[in-house]
Design a protein around this ligand. Structure first.
Ligand SMILES: Cc1ncc(COP(=O)(O)O)c(C=O)c1O
Length: 413
């Protein structure tokens, strides 16, 4: 007698796809199993609340399972909502780990710290806002911030503490060796959490290098169009049950959820993530190569005004076959780099001479940005300009920079 093999569920099919499909294909299809409508483009659902079954016998506390839409069942949008669920499904596939979203990158970092509840967090430079979150936590429970690069501070780490590594780093785009910090975390019994905002897929997979939790400001490359705030936490796949459920339960009561419009925008954005990021990374590489070459050459308007250019592609390990950096970022470096001008006054003025680069904070969008970083980070060196490269033609961006440098030089004569 023939035995019937049960059909795989749409979710099982999606998981099977995730193991074989490229990042580009997963960006477009990882949420197909949730799509129970004939519309190809996802609808925007703004509802905060969802009807229970009309059959009293089907009512189960805190469970609103809908057999007609088994992967799209919701109760209240502080818990889950249709657009967010689709965004999280694609992110989980792309990051290779179960993923939750939050109202912003900092809301995600706050959720991470509240969940792991360390007594100490070792953190280096990087985005100043994360240090601000730790200061708030210090006010609440005395949490101590330790300096990641200081051996005396590292000696104070104890079991259950957190080593938080941002790589590549804000605002310079330099990378840090995650395997080194994994070894340190193992030695101390600490968690390794990674802020990978500056290197989304396909540039880097921190889980391959031992991350316990990966966070992103989804506002940047996942949003990609400078029009949504979002935060992302992905947890090590083998901790899915305990950690994902724990984070989800805490998100429900803390309430730092992302809005439905952002979920909808996020799905629209992720469809092109790989295209955008690959182009942005390539553009940045070419601009950095050109600028660093001009500085090293010592002649011309760039060399006259620029002290140095900083980016992962200029770290010595970028030239070493088989180095930790090449292994950690096999598909290119991040699209953000820093230009150190020789004088503060020149750094302050260059953005106003450019036409294609907007003078604005943030990064990761399709449009190139340049920021005199002192505008939003008071502790930053006043000669530093942070550049976030967009998807424009890189030669056009180079021409814009050249005319900007020339305009500045002309103004100084
Ligand atoms: C590296 C990094 N982490 C976290 C954040 C915070 O993200 P959000 O602005 O989405 O809260 C930022 C913002 O610039 C960032 O650059």
């Amino acid at each position: 007698m023939a035995t019937s093999v049960p059909e795989p569920s749409p979710k099982e099919l999606a998981e099977a796809f995730s193991k074989t499909l490229s990042i580009a294909s997963r960006s477009v299809h990882a949420d197909d199993y949730i799509n129970n409508h004939q519309a190809v483009a996802p609808p925007l659902h703004v509802s905060t609340t969802f009807r229970y079954s009309r059959n009293p016998d089907d009512l189960v506390s805190w469970n609103n399972h809908n057999p007609n839409a088994p992967y799209d069942s919701h109760i209240y949008s502080r818990d889950s909502a249709p657009n967010t669920t689709r965004f999280e499904a694609i992110l989980s596939s792309l990051l290779g780990a179960p993923t939750l979203t939050y109202a912003s990158g900092l809301a995600a970092f706050h959720a991470l710290i509240v969940f792991l509840n360390p007594k100490r967090v070792a953190i280096g430079g990087g985005y100043h806002g994360c240090h601000g979150v730790l200061e708030v936590m210090h006010k609440l429970n005395g949490l101590q911030q330790l300096e990641l690069e200081d051996p005396a501070d590292i000696a104070q780490l104890q079991k259950g503490d957190v080593i938080h590594v941002e790589t590549p780093l804000n605002p310079t785009g330099e990378a840090r060796d995650l395997s080194y910090y994994r070894r340190l975390a193992d030695e101390k019994g600490c968690y390794l959490t990674v802020d990978a905002t500056f290197a989304p897929p396909p540039l880097m997979d921190p889980f391959q290098f031992g991350a316990d939790i990966v966070m992103h400001s989804g506002t940047k490359y996942f949003g990609g169009h400078s029009d949504m705030l979002a935060g992302v936490l992905a947890v090590r796949p083998d901790r899915e049950g305990e950690w994902l459920d724990g984070l989800r339960n805490e998100r429900l009561v803390i309430g730092g959820v992302m809005g439905s419009l952002e979920g909808w925008l996020g799905v629209r954005s992720l469809r092109t993530l790989e295209l955008r990021v690959a182009r942005q990374s390539e553009n940045a590489l070419r601009l950095v190569e050109w600028l660093a070459g001009e500085v090293a050459g010592g002649k011309g308007v760039v060399a006259e005004m620029v002290d140095k250019v900083v980016h992962a592609s200029l770290q010595p390990e970028a030239k070493e076959e088989g180095s930790w950096l090449r292994k950690q970022m096999p598909n290119g470096y991040g699209p953000v780099f820093a230009i150190w001008m020789k004088e503060e006054a020149v750094a302050k003025r260059l953005p106003s001479k450019l036409h294609l680069f907007h003078h604005a904070t943030s990064l990761g969008g399709v449009e190139s940005l340049i920021e005199w970083r002192a505008m939003s980070d008071q502790k930053c060196d006043k000669r530093l300009l942070r550049v976030s490269v967009g998807v424009e033609g890189w030669e056009d961006l180079k021409v814009d920079l050249i005319q900007g440098f020339n305009a500045l030089a002309a103004g100084r004569k």
